[in-house]
Design a protein around this ligand. Structure first.
Ligand SMILES: [Zn+2]
Length: 155
């Protein structure tokens, strides 16, 4: 069986999920929004890109894009209406850019496609930074060597 084609996702979400207010976590059902569904919602609903441009951006067909967007909408609606923990996880995708979070000034910055030992926080020049891509794809950023190739694809 041919492996499913990876969808292009520009960069990781800044958070791993959202919790309903005022309900103890242990009582909550969870619902998973995949990273590729998140990206479809970001491009279409947040950035306002049309379906054709969004599907090309993610390197998928327009029907596939429409399905991702619909399933993403359904899950967010379910989370709000039925009071569920929304967890952003999983999916079939490759990140093209890296987001870092500075542990000193807390800024989250887009540093492009490469991450090295010398990567500094663009806001305060601290070296105390973590790669948010690793949260979703462990090992995506490796601080000991140049990041070259894994999870990255030229378009
Ligand atoms: Zn900083």
């Amino acid at each position: 069986m041919r492996p499913a084609k990876e969808r292009i996702v520009e960069k990781p979400p800044k958070i791993q999920g959202m919790k309903p207010m005022g309900v103890p976590g242990r009582l909550l059902e969870k619902i998973s929004l995949s990273i590729d569904e998140y990206e479809a919602i970001r491009l279409s609903d947040f950035e306002g890109m049309d379906h054709k441009a969004s599907s090309e951006y993610m390197n998928i067909s327009r029907p596939t894009f429409t399905r991702l967007l619909q399933s993403g909408h359904q899950k967010i609606a379910d989370a709000i209406v039925n009071v569920k923990d929304l967890i952003i996880e999983g999916g079939n995708y490759s990140f093209t850019k890296i987001l870092i979070r500075c542990l000193d000034c807390k800024a989250v910055s887009d540093i492009g496609a490469y991450h090295t030992d010398e990567t500094l926080c663009p806001e305060c020049n601290s070296t105390n930074v973590v790669c948010l891509n690793n949260v979703f794809q462990p090992g995506h950023c490796n601080r000991r060597r140049n990041f070259g190739g894994h999870g990255f694809r030229n378009q």
